[in-house]
Design a binder for this molecule. Structure first.
Ligand code: ADP
Length: 544
């Protein structure tokens, strides 16, 4: 027997309809790429999205076509996403921090027909134009007044392009399982791989992400997604915020500590989300200036492990709750979120920080397990490391135009991360499987060592890699970027680690560098570091 409920497909444009009807006057504030602060609301945003959909329709974009964006977080980027989905096409966000060859590769691989670009990236598009085989039109996200002379034959300013469209358009309905968005993983090895979200997965994921014990979004919130729309689906905030009627503040191109502080303060932001490096810059700015953030209540921190010192400072110095989250492009991206279950409700001080440092527990709709190399499930004891595997309705089952089978017999995808899970379901990432340090048959977590090292008052950033060792296979090397103006000694950093990790985890050496390389999504580029230190000989190499 079938249920007798209405057939109401889960389509992304319905989010914007709901926001415009129920929260039409709620503001969307942006730092425009041109400079000034821009203000609109969900009602106007929906109307302009309809104009975008109409313009795409007139151009001949049809269901299933890919339309790319190379853009910062602004109101225009939002209305373009919804406009693309509203005509049944697929938004393809491009991370501008990828190598130019990778950008050309993914535009061609996705066969994008139109590219929307911010002014910032126009020179990049011009330089690549000869390689972008499938592009028919480049829409520059600005008005006629700011439109530069472009070398491109097929470039038009956004405001002029939609000027002739009145918004008298009806969203195209598609199947809820039809593709809605595409995001390529940065591909530290090999070519980037295309993750394809469906309308259904985007809607279910936004509901999961917004739930009370996840990000806990409300129409009383003002949300500032520092996390770019091109990074892993904007951690769902471009959907979850309008779905819940939250006021949105979009940071545009400026993500330094001072600019983010200014927006958080002037717009009275209550919830923000970003990778740890952004929060490091903000905290440093606040420490230097003595500024505070009385309105901010929560920060979501993910994309890389959040060092304990960040959690400690936000929670204890600034009274801001840290929501540590783990995810991946392939998971839409949210996998786990660290909020406190009643089982840990009584914890305080360092014991609470121990839990907050974990990546937390999954929402309904994400199932997790850890296994050994043979695929056998490992115990949830908070100690045993294993390969982290996931399944759920907003998790990739395959990559775009790629035949490889990425699921195990039970339908789980291997995340490439190594983790422990405790008896209450709290997951802790200990490493990427390719970064874990194998010493004497045991594993050392590079992430744990890095997180403790950055707690040293003179350390700005730290990375740990395994260096070949004649007796132990590999031993940890700690690479440190000192804080500006500081010259810490190796001994003082090692002393800071002592007692906080097992003796045999202690790095065999510390080296100081001016800079640590990062990937396009802000993660430490371990591969580049391993290459740089490939000839490095540990001082312990000739000792027992
Ligand atoms: P990309 O792989 O393109 O850089 P993703 O954002 O999809 O972008 O990267 C996902 C990976 O980032 C995860 O598999 C994990 O290794 C790492 N990661 C994300 N969040 C965390 C976190 N809170 N703690 C530790 N690692 C994290």
């Amino acid at each position: 027997m079938q249920g007798l409920m209405q057939d109401w497909p889960l389509l992304v444009h319905k989010i914007l309809d709901h926001a415009a009807i129920q929260h039409g006057g709620r503001e969307v504030v942006s730092r425009s790429v041109e400079g000034p602060i821009h203000r609109t609301d969900y009602s106007e945003l929906r109307h302009r999205s309809l104009r975008v959909a109409q313009a795409l329709d007139r151009f001949g974009i049809v269901g299933g076509d890919r339309v790319a964006t190379l853009a910062w977080n602004t109101w225009r980027h939002l209305e373009i996403w919804y406009g693309i989905n509203g005509v049944g096409a697929i938004y393809h966000t491009i991370n501008p921090r990828l190598f130019p060859e990778q950008i050309a590769y993914i535009v061609n691989h996705a066969a994008d027909r139109i590219l929307f670009t911010d002014l910032t990236f126009l020179p990049l598009v011009e330089a690549l134009a000869g390689h972008l085989k499938t592009l028919e039109l480049v829409v520059v996200m600005t008005d006629a007044e700011h439109m530069p002379d472009s070398k491109l034959a097929n470039a038009v300013s956004y405001e002029e392009w939609i000027a002739g469209c009145d918004g008298n358009f009806v969203w195209k309905d598609v199947d809820e399982n039809a593709a809605s968005g595409m995001c390529y993983t940065s591909g530290t090895t090999g070519n980037p791989k295309g993750v394809v979200y469906s309308h259904r997965s985007n809607i279910l994921h936004a509901m999961m992400a917004a739930a009370t014990d996840m990000m806990g979004l409300s129409f009383n919130d003002t949300v500032l997604p520092v996390v770019p729309m091109f990074h892993a689906n904007c951690w769902s905030l471009a959907f979850a915020a309008p779905m819940n009627g939250a006021r949105l503040v979009m940071p545009g191109a400026k993500m330094d500590g001072a600019s983010i502080w200014e927006l958080l303060d002037s717009e009275k932001v209550t919830l923000s989300a970003a990778v740890p490096t952004v929060w490091m810059m903000l905290l440093q700015h606040m420490e230097e200036t003595g500024k505070k953030l009385p309105h901010l209540t929560r920060v979501v921190i993910g994309g890389a492990a959040c060092p304990r010192v960040i959690i400690d400072k936000f929670e204890n110095d600034y009274d801001v709750q840290v929501i540590h989250a783990w995810g991946m492009t392939e998971l839409s991206p949210l996998g786990t979120v660290c909020t406190i279950k009643p089982e840990y409700g009584g914890l305080r001080g360092e014991a609470l920080l121990d839990i907050k440092e974990t990546q937390g527990h999954p929402p309904f709709g994400v199932e997790i397990k850890i296994t050994n190399d043979a695929g056998k499930s490992l115990p949830w004891d908070g100690k045993t490391f294993g390969r982290l595997k996931v399944r759920g309705p907003a998790i990739a089952r395959a990559y775009y135009r790629d035949d490889s089978d990425i699921l195990d017999d039970e339908g789980y995808m291997d995340t490439g991360d190594v983790a422990t899970i405790d008896q209450n379901g709290y997951m802790r990432i200990t490493d990427r499987s390719k970064d874990v340090i194998k010493s004497g048959g045991e594993w050392i977590s590079s992430i744990d060592l890095e997180n403790i090292a950055v707690g040293h008052p003179h350390v700005a950033e730290a990375a740990v890699i395994g260096i070949a060792h004649p007796k132990w296979d590999e031993r940890p090397l700690l690479i440190v970027v000192p804080k500006k103006g500081e010259t810490p000694e190796a001994e003082s950093i090692l002393a800071h680690l002592e007692g906080k990790v097992a003796k045999w985890w202690m790095p065999d050496a510390v080296v100081f560098v001016e800079e640590i390389p990062h990937t396009a999504t802000g993660k430490i580029q371990k591969m580049a570091l391993r290459e740089k230190f490939s000839d490095y000989v540990l001082p312990t190499a000739d000792q027992d």
